[in-house]
Design a protein around this ligand. Sequence first.
Ligand code: ADP
Length: 462
Amino acid sequence: MSVKRSLRTQLIFQYMVIVIVCMLIIPTAISELLDMQFRNFASERLRENESEIAELFAALYVQSGSWDICALLPMDADFLRWPMVTVQLTDEDGDEVRTYSRMSKREKRRGKSKENEPEILKEELIVSNRDILIDGRRVGGLRFLCVPFNFSPEGAFLRKFNRIMYYAVAFMLVTAGAIAFFMAVRISRPVLNAAKRAQQISRGNYQIEDKMESDITELSILIDSVDRLGSTLEAQEKLRRRLLSDVAHELRNPVTIIKSHLEAIEDGVWQPTPERIRLTVSEVDRLSQLIKEVERLTSIESAGHALALEKADVSQIIEKAALVFDPLYKNKGVTLKREVEAGVAAVVDAGKIRQAIENLLSNALRYTDAGGEVSVTMKKEGGDFTVEVRDSGIGISDKDLPYIFERFYRTDVSRARASGGLGIGLAIVKAIIDAHGGTISVKSKAGEGSRFTLKVPRRDIE
Ligand code: ADP
């Protein structure tokens, strides 16, 4: 099993790896580059100075015809622009005329102040030779002995620069560590809180104790989603509890009535007349109606899954659904009108679309009093077909309207009427329409009726 580390530790670790890698690479690269540049620069300047000195000696030789004048030049002559060089002048036979160097003083000075600095060994000096030629004849030679770069002032400067740079890197590492810690906390805290909140929700504690905030967009979305999940689950839980108590209550009534009727007959208080038997049977009907509703609960789960898509005539689906409801509407005294465009074909799950329409027609009938009117309209609209079920019934108040598609949601009016179902009909319709990639909308006003509109894609039937 992999070792689990907290998000904060992970983030700090990753930030630090990035920082350390960068800080090792960048200063090393800078140091190497500077070293290279300095070396190139130094050797170029040295070559230039060598040429100047060679020309100078050639000119002096031409003037006087011998090296005597050169032997009189001071040891630390000005032509030694490059202080790390010792120049040995030899005559045409190779005998030394004079050695010029500005280093001796400096060396002495160094010897006093920095005793521990290593001595430069003779073998370490960089040597280069040049002939002094006049009209193609070698009249003498120059030998340049240069202190290696590392011992030069430039080398010392570079070493100092590197030391400062590594101090700066150490300082930046500490600063970066602090920033990494701060950033990790900033990111991990809301995530941790959201995770704790999700854990609370999973344990059934839906109450939001204190609202969390984050100025990071994604984290803010995460927090909001977890909070919304909590409130949705809380609402569902309330609805579920209400449903259970409603079902228990509605089961109790007919059972009590049936039981009292049967006991009265058993005790001989009542004669089992056809009228009384019919009354008892109607209570049994109420019971079986309720059981049917409970069975419908399971169809919520299957409503949105496994569509059996096929090319179907939507016009016929609507007509058939309306036909089934005709006698029920007639019984209650509600008119059922239809305006169905003929021959509208679509790729749909015909059975489920019919179930959706029937649920809407059943609700319209349930919530419309005798004398009212319900109309069902279907027409093609571009790549979609729309179905509208409009009734002149009791309507839905603004307070209930946003929730009616939620499972188990029933308005108080529908419960008071005792005619409602269990608040699952519209949840099923919505699941079916969503699964078809369509939309469902409702317009309603209490007392003025309702209009449900479905818009379903026909899926490129042509
Ligand atoms: P139910 O089985 O209780 O009818 P639904 O999910 O079908 O459940 O509907 C949810 C609630 O929406 C109903 O309880 C009812 O209050 C309201 N409702 C649905 N359709 C209509 C309608 N045509 N007119 C008025 N109210 C309606």
